[in-house]
Design a protein around this ligand. Structure first.
Ligand code: ZN
Length: 78
């Protein structure tokens, strides 16, 4: 089963903690490791959103890039 880390925040302790759980888990069992309270909420601050690659449209050349160096930031071939 695939595991993942989830960040949670305890309203009572005002602390953030991390739990490990299966991705498909509903995580209703999550409680604060300090006060064992259930007033916890998921925080999403550390989620990394993968950037969509802009150069995958295929074929036609994208706007602005240099045809000879194939970079999006053409600063060297002027
Ligand atoms: Zn707590």
């Amino acid at each position: 089963m695939e595991m993942a880390y989830f960040d949670y925040y305890c309203d009572k302790c005002e602390k953030q903690f991390e739990i490990q759980a299966p991705i498909s888990d509903d995580r209703k069992w999550v409680k604060c490791p300090d006060c064992e309270g259930k007033n916890v909420r998921r925080v999403y601050s550390s989620i990394v959103v993968p950037k969509k690659s802009s150069g995958s449209s295929g074929g036609s050349h994208g706007g602005g890039s240099c045809a000879s160096c194939r970079t999006h930031n053409c600063g060297s071939c002027g």
